[in-house]
Write a protein that binds this ligand. Structure first.
Ligand SMILES: [Fe+2]
Ligand SMILES: [Fe+2]
Length: 147
């Protein structure tokens, strides 16, 4: 069975990969493909953020008693990501390459820093502190990959 850090880190990589593909398509001016890849990325990201906010963070908060620390910061960064994704949606809709690539660079840096904090600290701490970590990995998977 996959652990929480393994599963969630794998999802970060999947998001990064499809994000990079969408960026390349925009660079190449292939708007139709970019739209498709961008939709895939934003859906995947939305599910990931939701899974953290509604399942993983509450478990972390309950197990550690830290309710206004790391998860507060992570939730704030999620809001920044969502705002950037909304701006990127607009840049894509108007086929504005310069605008898109400027914003996507900002989002990439934000995501890298954010994901690093989760992977190095929040995910391992959750894995260690909750009694039924294996089950939680399954619940996260069910949320992120609805069949
Ligand atoms: Fe997150
Ligand atoms: Fe994450």
């Amino acid at each position: 069975m996959t652990s929480i850090p393994e599963y969630m880190t794998e999802k970060h990589r999947e998001c990064d990969d499809i994000f990079t593909e969408a960026e390349s398509s925009v660079s190449a001016g292939n708007w139709e493909l970019a739209q498709k890849q961008w939709r895939e990325f934003s859906e995947e990201l939305a599910l990931h953020l939701e899974a953290e906010e509604s399942i993983l963070f509450p478990q972390f908060e309950q197990a550690t008693g830290m309710t206004s620390g790391p998860t507060y910061v992570m939730r704030g960064e999620h809001e920044q990501m969502r705002a950037l994704v909304a701006d990127l949606d607009k840049a894509l809709a108007s086929e504005d390459k310069t605008q898109f690539l400027g914003l996507s660079e900002t989002l990439m840096v934000l995501m890298q820093q954010h994901n690093m904090k989760e992977e190095m600290m929040l995910y391992p701490m959750t894995q260690q502190s909750i009694p039924d970590a294996e089950n939680l990995a399954g619940v996260l998977k069910a949320h992120c990959e609805p069949s």
